[in-house]
Design a protein around this ligand. Sequence first.
Ligand SMILES: Nc1ncnc2c1ncn2[C@@H]1O[C@H](COP(=O)(O)OP(=O)(O)OP(=O)(O)O)[C@@H](O)[C@H]1O
Length: 178
Amino acid sequence: MESKFPNILITGTPGTGKTTLSRLLEDQLSQEYPGKFTLIGLSKMIVDQMLFKNWNKDFDVPEFDEDMVCDALEPRIQQGGLIIDFHSCGFFPRDWFDIIILLRATNTNIYDRLIERGFPEKKITENIEAEIFNVVHDEVYESFDPSIIISQNSNTVDEMQANLEQALQIIRQKIISC
Ligand SMILES: Nc1ncnc2c1ncn2[C@@H]1O[C@H](COP(=O)(O)OP(=O)(O)OP(=O)(O)O)[C@@H](O)[C@H]1O
């Protein structure tokens, strides 16, 4: 789907820095293109709008309903200029996004960041294993055209800044070429 303002997905294992990068990106894009971009933290939206049918008691998270999530997002996707921050992506229609940013981080960084956020040990282990076994990486590359995927390491503040600059450059270019 081509839209004047690109739809952007920021994905990766929890703790890789999706929320941080999304906010920086939205902040900058809002200054450059006022009113044209909206950030959705999908985990929060799923809880707020109850886009789930079951609650996973072991991990204390909702088991989101893919159809409910897609139905809720569809009208906004059609308008373009949506930035979505979410740790899963295989259920989104293939033509929804113009740019996908996949964040990676080392096990040590993910561990430290999730410990700091008070995640239970079980949830941390699951996420670290997911990163080791490339779960989100494989999901992204199996679900979308590789030409729209940007894979970035997000271990340091300098890398985060470089990731932001690279993403902005690609988004600006995309806007000009549309
Ligand atoms: N590149 C980085 N360098 C240093 N610290 C970082 C970096 N990326 C993220 N952090 C820090 O790691 C923590 C987790 O980051 P963030 O919440 O953005 O991750 P997330 O991928 O959105 O996680 P979740 O999916 O659980 O919401 C935050 O305290 C953030 O400041």
